[in-house]
Design a protein around this ligand. Structure first.
Ligand SMILES: CC/C=C\C/C=C\C/C=C\C/C=C\C/C=C\C/C=C\CCC(=O)SCCNC(=O)CCNC(=O)[C@H](O)C(C)(C)COP(=O)(O)OP(=O)(O)OC[C@H]1O[C@@H](n2cnc3c(N)ncnc32)[C@H](O)[C@@H]1OP(=O)(O)O
Ligand SMILES: CCCCCCCCCCCCCCCC(=O)OC[C@@H](O)COP(=O)(O)O
Length: 380
């Protein structure tokens, strides 16, 4: 009991956070460099270069999974049909997920890890994320599809990037947050005005989905992906999880409801496909209502087993990077040079500010103005 208490207090200590962030940043930059070194391999053996990059990417993203699973002890429960469960991780799929929480991406990655597709997982991500050091840079080499959320500019690049994935050598899940931005009350209100204008029923828990990205993904991955995984995520006890909470060792409980829908059930015609997606979001809204009323999603429950690899990868980097850091700090202190001590402190401060900025990318109150018409008009 006492040991548990000490561990819990330790998890809230700034020093622990600094060490975790240092390991993430330094290992991430080393991996980014290794990814850069694979560049000459691409024209010679593209499939090998892709496989190597999947492993390297895994070594970065699994650190955030380890943080969620092992450091914060967050539990992940899956509500899904047993016959669908058997196929997870064994086929390419398009994942449609609601976008309400700051740690959506970590939870998504955790499910990828449980089914062995973490290194190869893909997403239609906003272009701004490609500039984020470590994760954004890693994504270039994983052939993540970026969009500016301006369809006239995106159409060509998104289609081309999707077509490139047709001969991807590993099974992958392609994630789409069709709402296009995180849920806020203001964005919800505006998007429901759009729904009303379009004659669509109102949604209570979701923003109105943007249909272009979904339709173009289905069109271009038909024959490559076999199914759409309609996924609805929520956290128990009305908790609002944050990355800082996870870093402080706070335990959450994620519930994910997944329906596997064979891709050939989705209409080929663009307007029918869009109507299909609007209908899907109405169903997702009903599942969230069910969750609100009963505290669970419909269907059988499973907890896909934890795998040790994320933790082992993390421990490997901790062992490799913490000892040299301690030796360096010790030498600096012993050197007695004020200049060196000031330079090192400034460097540590810069790293902390950098990491805080990266964490800021996940925070909803720093969310973009996309889907917030009034703000966008004021900014133009
Ligand atoms: C078994 C386990 C299963 C699952 C496990 C779960 C998950 C794991 C899977 C994979 C993990 C992988 C990776 C995870 C890691 C990291 C993820 C991180 C996050 C990155 C995510 C993002 O960056 S989200 C933001 C970017 N992505 C998107 O925006 C995608 C959705 N958007 C679209 O598809 C858009 O269509 C677009 C971006 C392609 C183009 O957008 P644009 O705005 O230019 O054009 P649209 O045509 O869409 O918009 C115009 C139409 O919209 C109507 N409108 C106007 N205002 C609004 C409004 N406020 N709300 C809704 N609609 C609006 C307007 O009327 C136009 O309508 P039309 O009828 O004329 O089309
Ligand atoms: C292990 C130590 C961890 C240290 C901190 C690392 C933090 C790295 C986080 C950077 C990766 C960010 C991914 C966030 C994904 C996300 O959720 O993006 C939001 C977009 O969908 C929508 O954006 P918006 O329109 O602004 O709502």
């Amino acid at each position: 009991m006492i040991r548990m208490g000490i561990l819990q207090v330790l998890k809230t200590q700034l020093l622990c956070h600094l060490i975790i962030c240092y390991v993430f940043l330094v290992s991430g930059l080393i991996i980014n460099l290794l990814q850069l070194c694979t560049l000459p391999l691409w024209p010679i053996n593209k499939q090998l270069a892709r496989k190597i990059n999947c492993r390297l990417g895994y070594s970065i993203s699994s650190q955030l999974v380890a943080l969620l699973e092992w450091w914060s002890g967050t539990e992940c429960t899956l509500f899904t049909a047993p016959e669908s469960y058997k196929l997870y991780g064994k086929e390419n799929a398009i994942v449609v997920l609601n976008h309400n929480f700051e740690i959506d991406f970590m939870t998504g990655w955790t499910f990828c890890e449980r089914f062995g597709v973490l290194g190869s997982s893909k997403v239609l991500a906003k272009k701004e994320l490609s500039y984020v050091p470590v994760i954004g840079w890693m994504w270039y080499f994983l052939e993540i599809v970026f969009c500016k959320r301006k369809w006239e500019e995106d159409r060509k690049t998104v289609v081309q990037s999707l077509r490139n994935l047709r001969d991807y050598p590993e099974n992958f899940w392609f994630l789409l947050h069709c709402e296009g931005t995180r849920f806020t009350e203001k964005k919800h209100k505006i998007s429901m005005e759009v729904a009303e204008k379009k004659g669509l029923p109102k949604l209570k828990y979701h923003l109105l989905p943007r249909t272009k990205g979904f339709c173009v993904t289905v069109q271009n991955l038909r024959g490559t992906a076999t199914a759409v995984y309609d996924s609805t995520l929520n956290f128990r006890n009305n908790e609002i999880p944050t990355l800082l909470g996870v870093l402080n060792g706070k335990k959450y409980h994620a519930d994910l409801y997944v329906r596997r829908i064979p891709l050939d059930k989705i209409p080929e015609d663009e307007s029918e496909c869009a109507a299909w997606l609007y209908k899907l979001y109405q169903e997702k809204d009903e599942f969230q209502e069910h969750y609100r009323q009963t505290g669970r999603f419909p269907g059988p429950v499973t907890s896909p087993p934890l795998r040790p690899w994320a933790l082992l990868n993390w421990l490997f980097w901790v062992c490799l990077l913490v000892y040299p850091l301690c030796m360096l700090l010790l030498q600096l202190l012993l050197s007695g040079s004020t200049f060196t001590v000031i330079c090192t402190s400034a460097f540590c401060l810069a790293v902390s500010v950098g990491i805080r900025w990266m964490i800021g990318q996940t925070e909803i109150d720093k969310s973009s103005n996309y889907g917030n018409k009034e703000m966008q008009m004021n900014n133009n």
